[in-house]
Design a protein around this ligand. Structure first.
Ligand SMILES: O=C1C[C@@](O)(C(=O)O)C[C@@H](O)[C@@H]1O
Length: 231
């Protein structure tokens, strides 16, 4: 499995040093969460900040997590898609929320599928129709399909992981069960074909994330690198 460390971007030195720390850490990708910053910063200032970041050998993932899916900004579809278009021109991957897609504007009309992590989140429950969600993502052929849910019990965690294992696709898949009950999905998701784990460095972005250090120790028995199955 690979590890992804989320960081909330802003224009402070604290962010710059957290970014440096992430670049020099043992994570594989760095997720740059942009939703908090978009409440205060002009989007073009934010794009300027992103354009000069040097990720070294890490891959960057730009994410605008909107309030519809547990994030911190409210955007119309037009605003959201315009921002995604700009992010696609940067060097990195872009998270796109499945709920923003419709027949008239499929993924390819505002994002590059080969650069996209297509995502679905439910912070309250585990939807009954997980297969329908995976199949809806499949129709857009993104690089990665990601489904994150909140389990109420172990059966929900099992249902999520099994749905991931059974979903046949050319995309990479990520299945996350949030909260304490979902730890197995973050630590051993690869047993069900989920290829990445979000781990905290300094900031958590969702319930149940393990620290990068704890994840590495639990996976390898020592503080070694993740298995480097990069994408
Ligand atoms: O989609 C995800 C997964 C996540 O919600 C998690 O549960 O680790 C954390 C978010 O930062 C990220 O965008």
């Amino acid at each position: 499995m690979i590890t992804i460390v989320p960081l909330f971007v802003d224009d402070t030195e604290t962010f710059q040093s957290a970014f440096e720390e992430a670049v020099h850490s043992r994570c594989d990708w760095i997720e740059l969460r942009l939703d908090r910053a978009l409440n205060d910063l002009d989007p073009f200032r934010l794009l300027e900040i992103l354009a000069v970041l040097d990720p070294g050998d890490k891959r960057l993932l730009y994410t605008i997590r909107t309030d519809r899916e547990g994030g911190e900004i409210s955007l119309t579809d037009t605003e959201y898609k315009e921002l995604v278009r700009h992010l696609c021109r940067l060097n990195g991957l872009v998270d796109v929320e499945l709920s923003r897609l419709d027949h008239e504007e499929p993924l390819a009309s505002f994002s590059n599928p080969e650069q996209t992590v297509l995502s679905f989140h439910d912070f309250d429950q585990t939807p009954a129709d997980l297969d329908v969600i995976w199949h809806a993502m499949e129709t857009h052929h993104p690089l990665v399909q990601k489904l994150a849910i909140m389990p109420r019990d172990k059966q929900d965690v099992d249902r999520l992981l099994e749905s991931c294992r059974q979903h046949r696709t050319e995309s990479r898949k990520i299945a996350i069960a949030m909260g304490e009950q979902g730890t197995v999905s973050r630590l051993w998701g690869d047993a069900w074909d989920s290829f990445a784990a979000f781990c905290t460095l300094s900031q958590s972005s969702a319930p149940g994330q393990l620290s990068l250090e704890e994840w590495l120790v639990k996976r390898t028995g020592k503080n070694g690198p993740s298995d480097g199955t990069n994408c």
